[in-house]
Design a protein around this ligand. Structure first.
Ligand SMILES: [Zn+2]
Length: 287
């Protein structure tokens, strides 16, 4: 009996240490989406203060096409990051056959983690809505509103931020582990549709400054991974920093990563793979 008791104690010591270590490895994710941000957006906005590309090296590229293999919109792209599935343009949190898919934000909130969705767009914009809504039309304002009302019971959702960089100290102070945060700079896309280079560059500068703050936070917060990418490219900016279209394009978008699990995000990757890797960080405690 004594011998078995001793063995039980020893196994418990090992097992408890294992479980503690596994639990301690649960991670936090900050996903920053520069809406419409291709590599040329970054290169054409570089100055001495720029952080992306200079301070935070490129980790790879992400393919973004939708379920039909066509150029994506922000709804299908957000769904790919949120649910890990490709869908049709216009669909939010929904498979091509209109089955709702549970999002990484919903699963995180359900497991007791903290969720924050922040954007310079409206809270009902396609990118944030992809993480909490389940509708087949991104213009279904009433449908998205009802999902937003429900989601706000378990998530912090703030849209219509004027700029990201000045808001970052408050946003980052709200993140308490374990957390998942999605932070979107939407003006990069809007100014690219309008083909306004100086205004796009100003939007990039704000996003770049926000990334720098998130990077510092991620390095100081244990088990935190920062991922910076885009949902698609907008404007087809060429090597001479000129817009070649007012639409989205299918070119692969740049990917940057820093912090605890950054090595997972060395690309090339598909947008659905980004979801799978974020899910591993947030939920696979025994990895
Ligand atoms: Zn767009």
């Amino acid at each position: 009996m004594v011998r078995y008791g001793f063995r039980a104690v020893i196994s418990c010591v090992f097992m408890c240490a294992f479980l503690w270590a596994a639990a301690a490895r649960a991670g936090n994710v900050i996903l920053m989406i520069g809406d419409g941000m291709g590599l040329q957006h970054i290169l054409c906005s570089q100055d001495d203060d720029s952080f992306l590309y200079r301070g935070l090296p490129l980790s790879g590229f992400v393919s973004t096409n939708n379920a039909l293999g066509n150029v994506t919109d922000s709804a299908a792209a957000a769904t790919a990051y949120a649910c890990g599935v490709k869908t049709r343009n216009g669909y939010l949190g929904m498979l091509p056959d209109k089955t709702p898919c549970s999002t990484i934000a919903e699963d995180m909130a359900e497991s007791g983690g903290q969720v924050g969705l922040y954007t310079t767009d409206k809270a009902k914009g396609a990118t944030p809505a992809g993480f909490y809504a389940h509708v087949e039309d991104r213009k279904d304002d009433a449908g998205i509103q009802s999902h937003l009302d429900a989601a706000q019971k378990t998530m912090t959702i703030r849209g219509s931020l004027k700029d990201l960089a000045p808001e970052m100290p408050k946003i980052l102070s709200e993140l308490k582990p374990p957390f998942f945060a999605m932070i979107e700079g939407s003006d990069i896309d809007k100014k690219s549709h309008a083909q306004k280079m100086p205004e796009m560059q100003a939007a990039m500068k704000d996003f770049d400054r926000a990334v720098r703050q998130a990077y510092k936070f991620a390095r100081q917060t244990p088990d935190t991974t920062l991922i910076v990418l885009a949902d698609h490219e907008t404007g087809g900016i060429d090597e001479d920093c000129r817009f070649t279209t007012a639409q989205h394009t299918g070119v692969e978008v740049p990917l940057f990563a820093a912090g605890a699990q950054a090595a997972r995000f060395i690309g090339p990757l598909d947008n659905t793979e980004i979801h799978a890797k974020m899910r591993q960080i947030l939920f696979d405690k025994g990895r």
